[in-house]
Design a protein around this ligand. Structure first.
Ligand code: CA
Ligand code: CA
Ligand code: CA
Length: 238
């Protein structure tokens, strides 16, 4: 069995959630039939905070562990890393099939939570904190865009629900998003009103079909109106 590791973009925060550190997102595509365990070791002097499910952090050992992971689907690990330099080492087990990958810690020269490589790629400014700016006016800051893997200079490259419907057969609200957002921890929230909205999170099941990530929220229609929104989930796991 081999384990394919893909490091996708990374980065920072949702405007409504304070988060510090450089975000990382690692995609895991186990192949074979056995469940897989994954360990990420963190460079000395760094601390990690988990964002994604299914993992635990052992600060004494500077390790993060995930598993068992179902080998039949893709998993995404998201975390924020503060401090330290060197490499992240990603190891999978069982031992006889171990795969080891090293990922260099991303530099953030101006310490604004947006890594240098993203700033260079998108003509942002290393040397001054432009993380809260929104040059394309799409409502997402440069930090948000780096986290989401969207272009900070293109308003049409943005986290957005492309379509939605209510399925009477499934008794569920269905939301369609581009599949590229499937590996980002997202949270679905609902409110009965948009004036003085009271957003609360709801359980949503996600599956990827073709080029779409489809979220399904059970229930609804019993009462009157319900509003929904989807946003990056940067809450730390307990
Ligand atoms: Ca930076
Ligand atoms: Ca923007
Ligand atoms: Ca954008």
């Amino acid at each position: 069995m081999t384990l394919k590791l893909i490091l996708i973009a990374a980065l920072a925060s949702c405007s409504s959630v304070a988060a510090s550190g450089i975000p990382y997102r690692i995609e895991l595509s186990p192949t074979g039939s056995k469940s897989v365990f994954v360990t990420v070791s963190i460079p000395q002097g760094a601390t990690a905070r988990r964002l994604s499910h299914n993992g635990r952090v052992d600060p004494a050992l500077a390790l993060m562990k995930w598993g068992p992971l179902d080998p039949t689907r893709v998993h995404a690990i998201s975390f924020l890393l503060e401090g330290g330099s060197g490499n992240l080492t990603v190891t999978s087990s069982p031992v006889e099939n171990a795969a080891v990958t090293t990922i260099p810690v991303r530099e953030d020269t101006d310490n604004d939570g947006v890594p240098d490589d993203f700033e260079q790629q998108h003509q942002l400014h290393i040397g001054n904190d432009d993380s809260a700016e929104d040059p394309d006016g799409d409502g997402f800051t440069n930090r948000d865009e780096a986290f989401l893997g969207t272009d900070p200079n293109r308003a049409d490259d943005v986290l957005k629900v492309s379509s939605s419907e209510y399925s009477i057969a499934d008794e569920a609200f269905i939301f369609h998003l581009p599949a590229k957002f499937a590996s980002i921890p997202l949270i679905v929230e609902t409110s009965p009103t948009l004036d003085n909205a009271l957003w609360r999170s709801v359980d949503a099941e996600m599956e990827i079909i073709g080029d779409e990530a489809i979220f399904e929220v059970k229930g609804g229609l019993a009462n009157t109106r319900q509003f929904f929104r989807v946003r990056p989930d940067l809450t730390e796991e307990e």
